[in-house]
Design a protein around this ligand. Structure first.
Ligand code: URA
Ligand code: SF4
Length: 263
């Protein structure tokens, strides 16, 4: 697919949905609200056009003008905007905001939770201990940071003491993540951990229940497969989930291989 155009044609999305079906990976995992909708529309068409369901508790809206402005930004403007952003309390204790890192033409997008101390210091996501594990996870499926991979977080500023960002903080920061997705047009998104999955899918998610199958996210009218799996920090704490994370990564790799055939 030509990744220079801002919105791929819906036909590309339809083709991808067909490939996923062929691979036995569809019907994609749908969240409850979507299931009702999808009965009225052919699944492939629904995948291309269905808006993401919205859980009001996760979408504290943060000013229409701000959201509209972010939705038009290019990468340079995004970097500047995030660096100056004061839209939520996380701005108060950051050393710097951390937009993301990687190939701006990447097919893969990995989304974590938020910067930790080391990320806050260096201005790059996943450079501390969990970053080492993420790099190992990437290497296990033949990927390398910066090469066809972009890494971002649900929130761009560090929550103090590495606490989980609140729903309000994630909602305030979501327009940046949405714009990153629109600019990247990734073929596949991997949500690392619950906060990332929730802000992307805009509803409650339990990783243990959601993992192992594809969900879908709609960006600029295009459906993008999304796989929720464990955050590297979960894996550092709980080794038994490593095998499941490995299964998820294999599923992600198979899915991407199928999607790349449509190019
Ligand atoms: N954990 C995350 O979720 N993101 C980072 O960038 C670092 C640790
Ligand atoms: Fe702005 Fe996001 Fe930082 Fe909050 S976390 S201040 S919304 S960049």
């Amino acid at each position: 697919m030509n990744k220079t155009s801002p919105s791929p044609l819906p036909s590309a999305a339809l083709r991808r949905a067909a490939v996923l079906r062929e691979m036995g990976l569809a019907p994609l995992w749908r969240l409850r609200q979507q299931t009702a909708q999808s009965t009225a529309v052919a699944p492939a068409a629904a995948a291309a056009v269905a808006p993401a369901p919205v859980n009001p508790s996760l979408t504290t809206v943060t000013g229409d003008e701000r959201v509209a402005a972010i939705a038009c930004m290019d990468w340079t403007q995004l970097r500047a905007s995030v660096a100056a952003c004061r839209a939520c309390d996380l701005c108060q204790e950051r050393k710097q905001a951390v937009l993301g890192v990687g190939d701006e033409q990447a097919d893969w997008l990995f989304v974590g939770e938020g910067p930790g101390a080391e990320e806050d210091r260096r201005g790059e996501p996943f450079v501390g201990q969990s970053g080492k594990l993420l790099d190992a996870m990437l290497a296990a499926i033949g990927l390398q940071r910066g090469r066809d991979v972009y890494i971002a977080n649900a929130v761009k500023c560090r929550p103090a003491q590495n606490r989980t960002p609140t729903a309000e903080e994630m909602a305030a920061c979501r327009p940046y993540l949405e714009r990153q997705i629109a600019l990247l047009q990734p073929k596949l998104i991997v949500a690392l951990g619950r906060p990332a999955a929730q802000t992307l899918l805009q509803q409650e998610v339990k990783v243990s229940a959601a993992r192992g199958r594809l969900a879908e996210l709609t960006s600029s009218g295009v459906s993008i497969p999304l796989l929720a799996t464990y955050h590297p920090d979960d894996l550092l704490r709980n080794l038994t989930d490593k095998a499941r994370a490995w299964e998820d990564l294999c599923l992600a790799r198979r899915t991407m291989a199928g999607l790349k055939k449509t190019d």
